[in-house]
Design a protein around this ligand. Structure first.
Ligand code: 5GP
Ligand code: ZN
Length: 115
């Protein structure tokens, strides 16, 4: 999608710190990290949000979780733990309208994820 910031990152039109890339998935560091490890994992396909998922996306979503595990291992946060967050829609606090999974870790996170 033309004016989508994550589509531009996927196409390397906007620089990012790339952590992982394959045919369908890209992962890069969040520009405003909230923890020592804060990585965004995104499908290369422009899916605006979780509610736009279709049957044809099932495989890619499963793969994203496997990639998250792989990255967690490389970033040395697999043993101590981490959090995966998907914000959806206005009340969910989604700012970028391209489905993305926040992988957050590297410190003890608060137990309250809702505010
Ligand atoms: P959301 O609130 O939509 O779930 O999260 C969007 C995330 O994208 C935010 O954590 C924000 O810091 C990050 N972000 C926004 N613009 C850019 C950018 O240009 N580059 C990178 N690496 N992250 C971005
Ligand atoms: Zn996009």
């Amino acid at each position: 999608m033309e004016d989508c910031i994550f589509c531009k990152i996927i196409k390397n039109e906007i620089p990012s710190q790339i952590i992982y890339e394959d045919e369908n998935i890209k992962a890069f560091r969040d520009i405003h990290p909230i923890a020592p490890v804060h990585i965004l994992v995104v499908p290369k396909k422009h899916i605006p949000s979780l509610i736009e998922l279709t049957n044809e996306d099932k495989e890619i979503i499963g793969k994203i979780y496997l990639v998250i595990n792989e990255i967690a291992e490389k970033e040395n946060i697999k043993e101590k733990g981490f959090r995966v967050i998907v914000n959806c829609g206005e009340d969910g606090g989604q700012e970028v309208k391209h489905l993305h999974f926040h992988l957050i870790g590297g410190k003890k996170l608060g137990t309250k994820i809702v505010s």
